[in-house]
Write a protein that binds this ligand. Structure first.
Ligand SMILES: *[C@@H]1O[C@H](CO)[C@@H](O)[C@H](O)[C@H]1NC(C)=O
Ligand SMILES: *[C@@H]1O[C@H](CO)[C@@H](O)[C@H](O)[C@H]1NC(C)=O
Length: 376
């Protein structure tokens, strides 16, 4: 447990405020700290803390059964991991309460301490739009649904008072966890591993993320953190589903699928460009802080040098699953984590980057959260 002062450092750097402010804090007068009362969050299974466990199409899925949750909660806790997610580490570092999963609450009192709108399986784009491109999604929730849910909750908390709504939004941290992975993943499956269809979605996905961020800023948000894409080509699921003999298919250093990682990097460049434009559109002293949170860098670094980060020597293998080396993931999904035939890796989840071949271990999530919190 970090002492309070180092938590202060971390929180300030999270907000992009110069550490110089902290250094002068010992000397008596110091500027008032930004204070937050709650978090509102958006995204997919990397950020979902309980919605997919309630949504009828996903309720009862593997992630609702042991060994999910084995490391931290010691029971399945609505999260697709062995323990905590990035969002759990972020709210802890900021001293905020855990936001209530949106589908777990009804009354204003349940959302006063924040709401998490992220749903496992959610896409950035609307299912109907994906269908028009020949892409099938499995969960009827997109980022559009999640932002509408936010507006409903804001109305629930503030009533019709526009002033009260702005007060609530201004005193909240907004975290857009990664969104778009499912869109790309379904498009890659529809295209049998070719990237053209998935790559053609990049501008569409960035546009919906941008308009979701613009919507919360218009509602009065002052602090918004937006996560980028993960290294798609390093996912054990992708490596198992789309093998190839082509010479330049795998990145020689990491063993990841090079073209899938280039897709993720393209997404991240375009996302950062969109956030830059949003910042420019809201200049001046009252400007909101809009921060990009890099997930790709810390995960790629852990895969490139697993030993340096405390991981074992198979960073491309799922810890929980079946099939053995190199990915411990069956392309036909038999033996998926928490289904018959699956086992947990002998060295324990903390030795693995990937928990179930799709989602990260708590150890990876902690590493990623630390990178987000300490980035200058
Ligand atoms: C999400 O929004 C669409 C309309 O865009 C709607 O058809 C669908 O039912 C919504 N999903 C949920 C879970 O409310
Ligand atoms: C999909 O890709 C695999 C491997 O490259 C190939 O054997 C198969 O024929 C392809 N299927 C379709 C429908 O294109």
């Amino acid at each position: 447990m970090a002492p309070p002062f180092s938590r202060l450092l971390v929180v300030l750097s999270f907000l992009g405020i110069a550490l110089v402010v902290v250094e002068s804090a010992g000397g008596g007068r110091h500027p008032p700290l930004p204070r937050y009362s709650r978090m509102f969050s958006f995204g997919d299974s990397l950020t979902d803390t309980g919605n997919a466990a309630i949504l009828p199409v996903t309720a009862g899925g593997p992630f609702t059964r042991p060994p999910y949750g084995m490391t931290f909660f010691h029971h399945p806790a609505g999260r697709a991991s062995d323990g905590r997610l990035v969002i759990d580490f972020l709210v802890e570092a900021l001293g905020l309460p855990e936001p209530t999963p949106y589908l777990a609450g009804k009354a204003a009192a349940e959302f006063r301490r924040g709401a998490n709108f992220a749903v496992g399986g959610a896409t950035a784009l609307d299912p109907a739009f994906l269908k028009s491109r020949g892409i099938t999604s499995f969960v009827p929730v997109s980022l559009g649904n999640e932002t509408r849910w936010f507006e409903d909750v804001l109305h629930l908390l503030a009533g019709a008072s526009a002033h009260q709504k702005r007060m609530i939004a201004a005193s909240s941290v907004f975290y857009f966890g990664e969104i778009g992975f499912n869109d790309y993943s379904f498009a890659l499956s529809a295209g049998n591993g070719t990237v053209e269809a998935a790559a053609s979605l990049v501008p569409e996905i960035i546009a919906v993320i941008r308009s979701a961020v613009a919507a919360v800023m218009a509602a009065g948000a002052r602090t918004v953190v937006v996560a980028g894409m993960i290294p798609i080509g390093c996912e054990p699921e992708m490596l198992a589903l789309f093998p190839s003999d082509a010479g330049d298919y795998y990145d020689p250093a990491s063993g990841c699928i090079a073209r899938f990682n280039r897709l993720a990097e393209l997404h991240n460049r375009e996302l950062q460009r969109a956030l830059h434009e949003l910042r420019r559109a809201h200049p001046g002293a009252a400007a909101a802080i809009v921060r990009y949170a890099d997930l790709y860098g810390p995960v790629a670094a852990a895969i490139a040098s697993p030993g340096e980060y405390g991981f074992g020597s198979s960073p491309l293998a799922a810890c929980c699953g079946s099939g053995g080396e190199p990915y411990n993931f069956n392309a036909n999904f038999t033996g998926f984590c928490a289904t018959p035939g699956s086992t947990v890796c002998a060295d324990g989840p903390s030795s693995s980057v990937s928990w179930d071949g799709i989602h990260y271990t708590e150890a990876t999530n902690k590493l990623v959260a630390r990178a987000i919190l300490t980035r200058p």
